[in-house]
Design a protein around this ligand. Sequence first.
Ligand code: SF4
Length: 398
Amino acid sequence: MALSAQLKSALDRAADGGRISPEEALELYRSAPLHALGRAADAARRKRYAGTEHIATYIIERNINYTNACVTACKFCAFYAAPKSEDVWTRDLDDILRRCAETVELGGTQIMFQGGHHPDYGVEYYEQHFSAIKAAFPHLVIHSLGASEIEHMARISGVSAEEAIRRIHAAGLDSFAGAGAELLPERPRKAIAPLKESGERWLEIMETAHGLGVESTSTMLMGTGETNAERIEHLRMIRDVQDRTGGFRAFIPYTYQPENNHLKGRTQATIFEYLRLIAIARLFLDNVAHIQGSWLTTGKDVGQLTLHYGADDLGSVMLEENVVSSAGAKHRSNRLELISLIRSAGRVPAQRATTYEHLVVHEDPANDPVDDRVVSHLSSTAIEGGTAHPELKLLDAR
Ligand code: SF4
């Protein structure tokens, strides 16, 4: 279908780095031809990264899941267990430190501390754990949690969200991973996460964090039955906060996984919808630097394609992941494969830091890393066979 002159002009403006309205974004998301959308998003990316536009990044990180006990019972989640259930587990500090040690051993630079809303875990729990991790591994970046965990821990400890953020930041949290955004508009959020704070509150807490100098990424869960208008509204809510704070480093949409949860996979985002969303995010979020394609939930081929639809980052090797894997995300990879995926998508791969600086640019394949132990899900309770690497398992906590 041909675009109207008005929409063509909006697409050209966005491709050139200009701002488009939510109404224009919705119309483009609904009706622009896929390739036109991708071309425009790629042009916007190239313009933003002029000089380094040939590069696409990845990071080596590990998700460390400290407990699956959760009082919030989101309907899309296959990870949590009710706190009194016999399926509940928690990891002690020694276990967590061992996982950090393995991460450092494998060249990982970041951990994502991720778990349920445990009824007993207040601010003190996170202070104790973050300070212990930083004491043992001062250079390991703690990029973790999100507004939902802040709301929960502040309630348990009887303090304000601002105090909770100040305290866990002082204890070692470097930045927020932006978990729990799910869908920010009220209707779809209530439908899938009725016990979570509102989308407005999620953003308010992130804004408070940004004001305190703690930056974050932002996320979006696609495919649980939200409308196109609600997807664009989610982006608008993020863009408005970003106009005030500049604290969102990246936007990371990922897709709902259908297994083992209450929604039972009744709706799911298609690959086309995902690629269109990546492109419209690049075009609409003119104030967010990085757009990440989620190979973990959509597959490696789609991950490669996102690099041509506006994404500049392919996320992480994910040394360990249990949350979306529990819901059916079966894709696994390793560092060498991610490098190869990026290269065969026509870009130069670069390992990045949490703050997106390039740590290693893999210009010459002859100099590619050779450590084949850097694999995803090396230790996972969610995927069969994903047990700790035999050599690394023996590492003592430092
Ligand atoms: S998504 Fe998070 S808050 Fe929701 S049930 Fe799962 S672990 Fe709990």
